[in-house]
Design a protein around this ligand. Structure first.
Ligand code: PLP
Length: 383
């Protein structure tokens, strides 16, 4: 059965947005006009409130995708004579390490492979052994496997015990997972418009401890990625330094209204968790296996092992599911075949049941009895 509607995106962003968010883009804005400046000021203020960070943090938005904001934050906050420890357990941790290499900043990594969480005790040892490390960078929800990394314990070790600085890539977590800057000591968290706040792509933002940012003049290697300069300019003029993504900002203001109406982080976490629970139990009923045990499963995106049946082929599976109106996501593991299904965006029980039915139909059409993985693939996974 071919679906005629626009497919639902069961991906980690860009994601399915509400009609009102899309409609908010039907107006043109003067980028210097005070109406637009008010809009920018209000989204910054509201983001700080979500993080309970109004007192000590500032919000610096930046044009571009999430990676631009991550790169800008690392470039602005880590000085030339600093040294970073990047915690990696997937593509986004690896990307931060790559950024640091591009920036020519000294770097060490703790590489846990595809999906194992970075152990706080190991981080503690590395910091004790190397006093030159000034900054630690970690991903909150590592979207490549869906694992929720233990950022609270890591912050405890990095900041409270060892007095180093912490930068969190919370791209796919902020807005749905509780984050309280009063409790979780860090220098900056970075996210973007098109993840758990359910806006459209076009800008990212960093919430940065103001006292720290004040010391960061001249650190960045790049004018357009200099968050210190962007912040100072915005403070002075209320404007973005260069052409802002006006329509995306307007859509984001609407998305923030909807986030609030849903009950903020608590409401969103409840819906995404319910989506995940429905998805995981329905997939397990078809004998699919999740990569991660329940303790590490995020309510953002779930990785499943591919079925071991020799007739399984991801592009065909993907195409059959898309025909039924749902877009899923390929896997990103290096050792075993996998695919991912997201729980975020304008998705509710109806869509989760819909994707489960689409998976069942796709298996039937491929003459695959169920999702049982290859035993070897399960053995390779050591958790
Ligand atoms: C944790 C994390 N960091 C960084 C990014 C990069 O964001 P973008 O693809 O918007 O550049 C993503 C994107 O999914 C992500 O999930």
């Amino acid at each position: 059965m071919h679906s005629t509607r626009e497919p639902y995106l069961l991906t980690p962003g860009p994601l399915t947005t509400s009609l009102a968010v899309k409609q908010a883009m039907l107006r043109d804005w003067g980028s210097w006009d005070h109406d637009f400046n008010d809009l920018t000021a209000s989204i910054c203020w509201r983001l700080l409130r979500v993080a309970h960070a109004e007192d000590r943090f500032v919000c610096v938005p930046l044009q571009g995708s999430g990676t631009y904001a991550v790169e800008a934050t690392l470039a602005t906050l880590v000085p030339h004579d600093g040294k970073a420890l990047v915690l990696m357990n997937g593509a986004y941790g690896q990307r931060m390490a790559k950024i640091m290499r591009y920036l020519n900043r000294p770097l060490v990594t703790l590489d846990m492979g595809d999906y194992l969480p970075p152990p706080p005790a190991r981080v503690d040892e590395m910091l004790a052994d190397d006093p030159a490390i000034t900054h630690v960078a970690v991903v909150h929800c590592e979207t490549s496997s869906g694992i929720l990394n233990p950022v609270e314990e890591i912050a405890e070790v990095v900041v409270a015990r060892r007095g180093r600085r912490l930068i969190i890539d919370a791209m796919s977590a902020f807005g749905a997972l509780p984050f309280d800057a009063r409790q979780l000591p860090c220098d900056a968290i970075v996210a973007s418009a098109n993840k758990c706040f359910e806006g459209v792509p076009g800008f990212g933002f960093a919430l940065i401890n103001q006292q720290i940012l004040e010391e960061c003049a001249g650190n960045a290697h790049s004018l357009s990625l200099d968050l210190y300069d962007q912040w100072r300019y915005m403070e002075r003029t209320r404007q973005w330094r260069f052409t802002p993504p006006t329509h995306t900002v307007a859509a984001f203001a609407q998305a923030l209204d909807e986030h609030e109406i849903e009950g903020g982080v608590t409401g969103r976490l409840a819906r995404y968790s319910a989506n995940r629970d429905l998805l995981v139990s329905g997939m397990r009923a078809m004998w699919f296996h999740t990569l991660l045990s329940d303790r590490w499963l995020s309510p953002i995106i779930v990785t499943f092992h591919s079925p071991g049946d020799p007739r399984f082929d991801f592009p065909t599976f993907y195409g059959l599911i898309k025909e039924q109106g749902f877009i899923i996501y390929p896997g990103k593991l290096t050792e075993v075949e996998s695919f991912r299904i997201g729980c975020i965006g304008q998705l509710f029980a109806e869509q989760m049941r819909g994707v489960l039915a689409a998976v069942r139909t796709a298996l039937d059409e491929m003459e695959i009895p169920d999702g049982t993985p290859r035993p070897d693939d399960l053995r390779k996974i050591d958790f």
